[in-house]
Design a protein around this ligand. Structure first.
Ligand SMILES: [Zn+2]
Length: 127
C-alpha cells in the first residue's frame, strides 16, 4: 500500500501548509485506487478549525463520495500521527498525509488509517 500524489496536489498542499502557518491546515484528498496505490488527484477542501497545535474537522462534513481516498494536514512539529489523528483517520479514508514544518517535500509522511507509515511518491498527472 502506498500513496502517489499528483505533482500539483503536492505543490498545493505545501503552499496551503505555508499559508496557514502557524496554524495547522487540514483537507481531504480525492482520487482513486489503482492496484495497491492510492493516487491523489485533487485537494478537497472542507471546513476545519485550527490553531498552532490542532486542526479539527466534523466527520459529518466529509462528503459521501467514493473519490475521497484520505486526508492531509500539517504539524508544526514532527510529522507523526497524534492520538487525535489516530482517532480521526478512519473517518477520513485510507491514506493520510502529514506535512511538518518547514513544509517542503522532505517533510511529507504518509500513513494508513491505523497510523502505520507507508511509502509515498509524486508523479506528473494530466489534468
Ligand atoms: Zn495531526
Amino acid at each position: 500500500m502506498k500513496v502517489v500524489l499528483c505533482a500539483h496536489v503536492l505543490e498545493g498542499l505545501l503552499e496551503a501548509a505555508r499559508r496557514n502557518y502557524p496554524n495547522e491546515f487540514f483537507c481531504l484528498l480525492g482520487g482513486e485506487k489503482t492496484g495497491d496505490a492510492y493516487l491523489a488527484r485533487e485537494i478537497v477542501y472542507i471546513p476545519f478549525r485550527s490553531g498552532p497545535t490542532y486542526a479539527f474537522f466534523q466527520p459529518t462534513d466529509i462528503p459521501f463520495d467514493s473519490s475521497i481516498i484520505g486526508s492531509a494536514h500539517t504539524h508544526p512539529g514532527p510529522a507523526l500521527p497524534s492520538s487525535a489523528d489516530l482517532h480521526s483517520f478512519p473517518y477520513a479514508g485510507w491514506v493520510h498525509v502529514i506535512i511538518s514544518y518547514p513544509y517542503t517535500a522532505e517533510n511529507v509522511r504518509a500513513y494508513d488509517a491505523k497510523g502505520n507509515e507507508i511509502p509515498w511518491a509524486v508523479t506528473e498527472c494530466g489534468q
